[in-house]
Ligand binder design. Sequence first.
Ligand code: ME8
Length: 631
Amino acid sequence: MSKNSFYVTTPIYYVNDRPHIGHAYTTVAADVLARFHRLEGEEVFFLTGTDEHGKKVEQAAQEQQLNAVELANNQVIEFKNLWSALSISNDAFIRTTEERHARAVRELWRRVAGKGEIYLGEYEDWYCTPCETYWTQMQLKDGRCPDCGRPVEKLKEASYFFRLSRYQEKLLQFYKENPHFIQPESRRNEVIRFVESGLRDLSISRAGFHWGIPVPENPKHVVYVWFDALANYLTAIGFPKDSQKVNKFWPADIHLVGKDILRFHAIYWPAFLMAAGLPLPKKIFAHGWWTVEGQKMSKSLRNVVNPLDLVARYGTDVTRYFLLREVPFGLDGDYSEKAIRERNNSDLANNLGNLVQRTLTLAQRNFPEGILKKGEPAESEQKIQSQGEAVLRQLRQDLSEVAFHKALIGIWGWVDSLNRYIDQIQPWFLAKDPNQRVRLETVLYTLLESLRFIAVTLFPFMPGAAQRLWKQLGVSQSIDTARWSELRWGELPEKLAWPDKLENLFPRMEAPMEEKEEVAVVSQNSQIELSDFKKVELRTVKVLAAKRVPEADKLLELRVDAGEERTVVAGIATSYSPENLVGKTIVIVSNLKPRKLKGIESQGMVLAVGEAPNVKVLTVDGEVPPGTRVK
Ligand code: ME8
């Protein structure tokens, strides 16, 4: 039986650095899950916070000539500001320097020690401070940390150990009995291989420095930062005192983490909990890693993406949408300005934005009172309805499997169908014929009802845009009180309170001039007059020669026969090698004003469809003389 609560966590982030797009990613993902489960009517506890102890934080504070608490206080403000800018709906924010956390850590330690699983020994090994991890000589890679590649130092000290070696079989058994505990599958296999290769007892205290929680029986030691940090998931729900809250929310439903810290969550944490006699979390999901324009993010490369800049430039909703749509959750992804702009323009502005704009303009113009009846749906309307209901079912399934990108692809499949439905029905013609008024009403009802559904499905991902869409639809209720289970087709409010003015919810974003590429993406939705089309001269040209443009990995310079010879620069190098184009007959816009790209004058624009790296140029079926006009 499923309990009616849902507990989701993000990692607690170190305060030695400013938040970046990677931190935003995990937290936005957790927020989508939290909002989704609230729509399911569950009592949600969504936790994020900061990890403030350990050598790494102590060192960062020293470098900035602050004490560790001051550094942490500053960084906490940064994180909280970011979460507010990204509309993160966390129910709590935990800091490991809070007294309630020290109490929880001590209690966890006592329980584990009480079972005889902690002993005092001596430690000598290689320590990587950035990773806060000890390594054996064997584990080092070229004398450096095998995880991050940075230098390590030899440390020898008295230390308390956790008998991790006793947990190898128990963990393997647990993974076997709970095949969905670690996700995605590929990462689960990595963890299993790691555990199978043998587990050493784990040093869980440090005597060499003091920035941490003192070990209960020996205050000369502080608790190892990972034992300390992992316990945050218990502290935040009132462990050990508030047993009612602990019983309600523990075990956590899902810990969302990056792949960098999966081992701590999938091996150490379950072992600590087993030792303490506490239930294990239900799922650990490790997502992939973001790079920036193909490179690792790092201060020295000066390519760290500040999510606040993204919010300022693209807005909260577009930033959230991009992060979850661009990359299948679990895989690595790459950020670029161009990628976010293209997502915005193709999915949001052209596709959804156009659907919203067309529907609302027609509805508000033809039914200014805001009263529309469902009427007699024909087969085409019934199809839209059943597709919508199926999308909703699939979305709930996808989100319960943490497949954000799949959920979004499902919604957009429906948006595509709706745009096609409008193109086929052509409601603007119905609007001109008074005899078709009832039919027009049914069509617009279907579209408005679809948009109401779409707003709710988008709400976990883009809460602001979804709420604005509801407002544009004239639904007065606040969207966060919506529930999946109460969402039924045909319950559009009887009277819609149209807003005074239609707002463009998803504006297009123009690329800076120097980045613009000569690829025309054919859009199916906007309407123009024939005379507009005639202004555009499309001609067939034969490619005579092609070469890459130096220092522009996406551009090709083409020499073409257009009746006369011309040079055209096209942004298709990610999809075509020069030799594959020579001899092809393609289509260009031939009366476009010439423009310079990377210093080369382009005398036309190549027509193509799709996004890099899957751009396809338009070709002609059969032989035609170069320069033939396309009509
Ligand atoms: O590890 N791509 O904190 P942390 C994707 N305090 N996600 C990224 C990322 C990237 N390039 N960079 C960071 C810690 N992340 C510990 C956690 S939990 C009990 C203690 C995200 O500040 C991702 O979620 O180094 C990763 O796991 C986390 O930030 C690491 O944050």
